[in-house]
Design a protein around this ligand. Sequence first.
Ligand code: RP5
Length: 173
Amino acid sequence: MKAKSAKKSVVVSVVMGSDSDLPIMTEAAKILEEFGIGYELMLTSAHRTPERTTKFTKTAASRGVKVIIVGAGAAAHLAGVIASQTLLPVIGVPIDATSLHGLDALLSTVQMPGGIPVATMAIGKAGAKNAALFAIRFLALEDKTLSAKLAAYVAKMAKDVEKKQENLSCLKS
Ligand code: RP5
């Protein structure tokens, strides 16, 4: 009989304030998949479902979660509210969801008063991707295999730039 592959334990939570945030937060999920990290997707809102947010946050550490990534748009309080209820590191991703193009979410997420930190990434897809890579940097501190994967990922990016330079040079000659 073929052995079932073991289910990875969840160490990163990818939280979002609305399912409309999913196309952005998928960028974080893609990176976590690529690195083989166990993660969960969680939908909860600081404004619409405050009790659900608290319940999720209060149980995260005891379920084995080590880092929480939070994407939210508009008056984005979700990352700050979650960070206020856990000692786990929280990484915020501001989302472009209104006519202010994410500037509202950026300021709401980044301007935390002293005492409760939220590591805030760029607005949108780049921010979601970097949130996952930042989470992986935390996890890699105690995981040599993961650290080696991260080094290979960074080295490949550098190689890709060199290849692109070659392509540019070909175009010119
Ligand atoms: C925020 O409000 C969500 O994170 C989302 O970015 C924004 C708009 O939500 P929907 O009205 O699309 O559900 O709480």
